[in-house]
Design a protein around this ligand. Structure first.
Ligand code: NAD
Ligand code: ZN
Length: 376
């Protein structure tokens, strides 16, 4: 018998949410979802048919206090996923991102602080974006955390950050949770605010909390229609349409791609393990993959004809490298990523091919950034 049996998942109709719901239902947990089916993400305004009878759905905005009160009644755990997730979009929808991400989290905690409840655990989906650049090693200065690359540096195509103390070349290393947070986007700032709100209120209210900082999550169910997130979604649509795959910078920038099944594993461990309480944990594959490499793997998984094309374009606020140090989550939660990138990519491609072919949204999203001088 697990501690937590009835779980509210905010944003449970989304990518990570649905994958989590399928897994928890298989294990017999009671699930309630609070989700407004944000039109930017959801083409179909409903849950998949096989989930409809399996969960209780509250179709409402996470900013709505009455809906939150109703959603929190009678459950013993919360997985808080409902968020706007477009990093670039957050730079010009600042108040909206702050409302949906930070203010709604404050509202959720406010409900718990002011009425009786039965919540024993809150798990927050946070993000590696709160780090900004990841950790690097300088031969002279050891572990260093370079700040964001300047517009001038990017303009001269000097892609790699340098040692903040001596200006020497540095090498990316796994980023530990103790890294100094340095959010470089409004999205990241709101995720960091969520962390503080949940950690502090959880402590004062005596509710166990676990903060999970996800790296780049991919897999079946990710939104293929939101042009503001997810390089793998954007590229898979373009591969299917035979369109070019423009790669920013020199293509050597890297990310830590983690399969959604491993993220679900981490959330379940965080929910049920007391040793998670009060903790903050990286969730990733723990390995860097360059954007050029991932694009090539994706083309291969689709048997596609187009090849990625390095354009030297760049976006202000993008980081160069970040990948997870998994020491903490391995030792405290016994987490181990299980899905290899190759198998994960094949599974993702075959799922994408079972989906309707979306419009390509990349050019439009890039135009918005150029108009605002955030991309060159
Ligand atoms: N996918 C990733 O790579 C990634 C990486 C780091 C962190 N995360 C975090 O994980 C969480 C889930 O991400 P996801 O990839 O499943 O995103 P998603 O966009 O697929 O899902 C988010 C869900 O939240 C819902 N939502 C949005 N605004 C809402 C509102 N105002 N009221 C109610 N519901 C609302 C959407 O309808 C959607 O179903 C987010 O908190 C995100 O910040 C995701
Ligand atoms: Zn140095």
């Amino acid at each position: 018998m697990k501690h937590i049996m009835n779980i509210l998942i905010t944003g449970g109709a989304g990518f990570i949410g649905q994958n989590l719901v399928y897994s928890l239902r298989k294990q017999g947990f009671g699930i309630r979802i609070l989700d407004n089916f944000s039109p930017q993400i959801h083409v179909t305004q409903s849950l998949p048919a096989d989930l409809v009878d399996q969960v209780e759905l509250i179709r409402a905005d996470v900013r709505d206090r009455d809906a939150l009160e109703q959603a929190l009644a009678g459950v013993d755990g919360v997985v808080h996923l409902a968020t706007e997730t477009g990093t670039a979009q957050s730079m010009y929808q600042i108040a909206h991102y702050n409302n949906v991400n930070s203010q709604a989290t404050a509202q959720l905690l406010d409900v718990l602080a002011n009425a009786p409840h039965s919540i024993k655990k809150i798990v927050l989906a946070s993000s590696r974006s709160i780090y900004g650049e990841g950790a690097y090693n300088c031969e002279t200065h050891g572990l260093v955390y370079p700040g964001a690359r300047s517009a001038a540096q990017l303009k001269s195509h000097q892609w790699d950050p340098v040692c903040p103390q001596c200006g020497a070349s540095i090498v990316a290393v796994p980023t530990p949770e103790a890294a100094r947070p340095s959010p470089a986007s409004i999205y990241a700032a709101t995720k960091y605010a969520q962390e503080d709100l949940i950690r502090i209120a959880g402590d004062s209210l005596g509710i166990g909390t676990a903060i999970l900082r996800f790296q780049n999550v991919y897999g079946a169910g990710q939104s293929l229609n939101n042009p503001y997130t997810g390089i793998l979604s954007i590229f898979s649509t373009r591969i299917r349409r035979g369109m070019s795959l423009p790669i920013f910078e020199d293509g050597q920038e890297s990310r830590d791609f983690v399969h959604v099944s491993d993220v679900v594993q981490a959330i379940e461990l965080a929910l049920q393990t007391d040793a998670a309480n009060g903790g903050t944990f990286n969730v990733g594959a723990g390995e860097p993959t360059s954007v050029l490499e991932i694009a090539n793997m994706l083309v291969d998984a689709f048997d596609g004809k187009v090849r990625p094309e390095v354009t030297g374009q760049y976006r202000l606020g993008d980081i160069r490298h970040c990948y997870a140090d998994l020491t903490q989550i391995r030792s405290k939660l016994r987490f181990e990523p299980k899905m290899s990138l190759k198998s994960g990519m094949e599974e993702f491609a075959s799922w994408v091919l079972s989906q309707p072919l979306p419009e390509d949204g990349l050019d439009k999203a890039n135009e918005e950034l150029k108009k605002r001088k955030m991309m060159s």
